[in-house]
Design a protein. Structure first.
Length: 147
């Protein structure tokens, strides 16, 4: 009986890990990654260089989304996504490069972290608008004093 219970527990644990439920990128971090990718997609003049080949930013974002879908189960933070997935080729191990107008080629990692911080700031600005604040200004009731 103990063996059966142990086997059931092991099977349940294996199913959780195999399905990604045990260690999946938390929803808040996934939101941060998507905010970063949205911001990256707005960098129209940016050239993304992967394994020596140049790509427009829209193709780079699509590539990074595919990579995210493939590995999201083993990530815990948006920073891990940038450090472990978005900055380096998984096939060659070479770092991704970016080119911005008027600047030399640079490794993508630092720029991606800058964009993530910017995306976080923008998200925080939106979140700072408190729903508790009264948005409809109603006039005070007319307080008349009796003489």
């Amino acid at each position: 009986m103990k063996t059966l219970v142990l086997l059931a527990a092991l099977l349940a644990g294996w199913l959780l890990v195999g399905s990604g439920l045990a260690e999946a990128l938390p929803a808040s971090e996934l939101t941060r990654v998507y905010n970063f990718l949205d911001l990256l997609g707005q960098e129209n003049d940016l050239i993304f260089i992967r394994n020596g080949r140049e790509f427009k930013v829209a193709k780079a974002v699509a590539h990074l989304k595919r990579k995210l879908n493939a590995v999201a189960k083993r990530l815990q933070t948006a920073e891990e996504f940038i450090d472990q997935v978005a900055s380096t080729s998984s096939s060659s191990g070479r770092p991704y490069l970016i080119r911005r107008p008027g600047r030399p080629n640079a490794e993508a990692k630092e720029f991606f972290h800058e964009l993530l911080r910017e995306a976080d700031r923008k998200a925080n600005l939106k979140a700072d608008v408190s729903p508790d604040l009264k948005t409809d200004l109603q006039p005070e009731p007319n307080l008349q004093t009796k003489e």
